[in-house]
Design a protein around this ligand. Structure first.
Ligand SMILES: [Fe+2]
Length: 224
């Protein structure tokens, strides 16, 4: 019998996947969710279970881990009265980090990785703000004199890797993109969602929000 220190990673991951599969049905109501949508929810729940403990923003540690950051961001969106799709985007905006080996010396383009995965599952209302949440930082630094003061050291570091503040042409282009205003709102919650010990609803609550979105989109998914 293995103790928790010598359990092989593959076995540990398989066990976690099995636990997620078994418990997901108890956490949320999947009635009316297409099988492809239910599989996507299961994948997301597993990703948070496996990677949620990771420090947010790699070696330049923030005060919260990846799951706490995602929950705080979604909660701030909810408290602001955001539409469910934007609450979902807030929860999922950094899932691209889960797929990429941590290296804080390169721009990992985690926003594109996440948005490419999310678009066929949840549609543009979720994927577009996720894709633009890094661009929104470069936009806000350019147009809001006080925004840069609120950036954490990790955000300042990644801003340089991502290209710094937008110039005038880049500002105009960004403002013309679908989802740009949602991305700006998401970005402000993103910066605020790094508070140690802040209470939020649990992940199961937000998996329920995702299930509701998938239920509404079932006809579109079944036609895809
Ligand atoms: Fe974030």
């Amino acid at each position: 019998m293995h103790d928790r220190h010598d359990t092989p990673p593959a076995e540990s991951a398989a066990r976690a996947a099995s636990e997620v599969h078994q418990s997901l049905m108890h956490w949320i109501d999947l009635d009316g969710v297409e099988p492809a949508g239910a599989a996507a929810l299961e994948h997301l729940a597993l990703q948070f279970m496996l990677h949620g403990h990771q420090p947010y923003e790699g070696r330049r540690r923030e005060d919260v881990n990846a799951l706490e950051h995602a929950l705080q961001c979604a909660h701030l969106a909810e408290l602001a009265g955001a539409a469910p799709a934007l609450v979902a985007a807030a929860l999922l905006h950094d899932i691209g980090h889960f797929e990429i080996a941590l290296d804080d010396q390169v721009d990992d383009r985690h926003e594109d990785l996440a948005a490419d995965w999310l678009a066929p599952v949840f549609g543009a209302a979720v994927a577009d703000p996720v894709r633009l949440h890094v661009a929104a930082k470069r936009y806000l630094v350019a147009v809001d004199d006080h925004y840069a003061e609120r950036l954490s050291p990790a955000s300042v570091h990644s801003l340089a890797l991502q290209g710094g503040a937008f110039d005038r042409d880049e500002i105009a282009h960004f403002e013309s993109l679908p989802g740009a205003q949602d991305a700006v709102q998401l970005r402000r919650w993103d910066e605020a969602a790094k508070m140690t010990g802040r209470l939020t609803p649990p992940l199961a609550h937000y998996l329920g929000v995702l299930a509701d979105l998938l239920r509404q989109q079932a006809p579109r998914l079944s036609l895809a």
